[in-house]
Write a protein that binds this ligand. Structure first.
Ligand code: BGC
Length: 279
């Protein structure tokens, strides 16, 4: 198996999420883009949220529409309460409701602690953690208002938080990012506990090293990729589709009894690979 081998793209059952309405935040690039397309392949209608990069968002919409489902792009900054409220109102008006929220939008602003500005700390917490909170809150209101529609899904709603292996792996030089993802873990579990009685399933996907713009420097040269592979027992850098497949599965009734779980999609990065040869 080559280390650059891609994940298969055509394996999603086409009717798995038929009739469901999904919102993916940060869906104009990377993991969000692949996830939005994956949900479309599974038969869901998809709102493609973005904060900058309308053209890319429109391309994602075009690709999803070509699959025979509905899609639309919507610009909103997930860290801004009024914009999230307006986005959810718009989605309910235009698409009728929401069944699946993928709280994916996230960013890095890397610096060591002595170099890190308050603005860098705050920005990452605002988008990665507060953004997920705001989207989860607004989606929950609609899930509760509408309740379970058995022909559509056994659950009243599904929230999938995009986390990271760094929700449990400390990461020097990235204290803002690791803290935000640690927060996502506890937010996800707490919401899962709070919302399960309302038949809302909250879970997380925690990607490891996935080939996307956020970590380009970690894989773009052969030397960087070789170093990165030291951390990945499975021997390849992940593709956005690897993550999309996990999200589609978690959103579907196939995993209806999965509540408050984190699905690590990391090629074994969380298995302490340094201990493979020592300890
Ligand atoms: C980060 C990437 C990093 C990966 C594994 C992700 O959450 O966004 O930059 O390569 O974790 O360390």
């Amino acid at each position: 198996m080559s280390v650059t081998e891609s994940a298969p793209k055509g394996v999603i059952p086409a009717h798995l999420l038929r009739g469901q309405k999904a919102l993916v935040t940060g869906a104009n690039s990377g993991i969000g883009m692949a996830t939005a397309i994956g949900l479309g392949r599974a038969g869901a209608d998809v709102v493609v949220n973005y904060v900058a990069g309308r053209e890319d968002a429109e391309k994602v919409v075009e690709e999803i529409t070509s699959l025979g489902v509905r899609a639309a792009a919507y610009e909103a900054d997930v860290s801004q309460e009024d914009q999230v409220v307006a986005m959810m109102d718009w989605m309910v008006r235009e698409f009728g409701t929401i069944d699946i929220l993928v709280a994916n939008a996230g960013l890095q602003r890397d610096a060591t602690i002595m170099e890190m500005t308050l603005a860098q700390w705050q920005k990452v917490l605002d988008v990665n953690l507060t953004g997920q909170f705001l989207c989860a809150r607004e989606a929950t209101k609609e899930f509760v208002r509408r309740g379970v529609v058995p022909e559509v899904s056994r659950a009243a709603g599904k929230i999938i938080c995009m986390s990271s292996v760094h929700q449990i792996i400390p990461w020097s030089g990235h204290v803002n990012y690791a803290s935000s993802k640690g927060g996502v873990l506890m937010m996800m579990q707490t919401l899962a506990q709070e919302l399960a009685p309302k038949k809302i399933r909250v879970n997380a996907v925690a990607p490891g090293a996935i080939r996307t713009p956020i970590n380009r420097s970690a894989w773009e040269t052969p030397e960087a990729e070789r170093d990165l592979l030291q951390l990945i027992p499975y021997g390849r850098v992940g593709d956005p589709e690897d993550v999309a497949h996990a999200v589609v599965a978690l959103a579907s009734d196939l995993l209806d009894y999965v509540v408050g779980a984190t699905l690590y999609v990391d090629g074994g990065m969380t298995l302490f690979p340094g201990f493979a040869t020592g300890g």
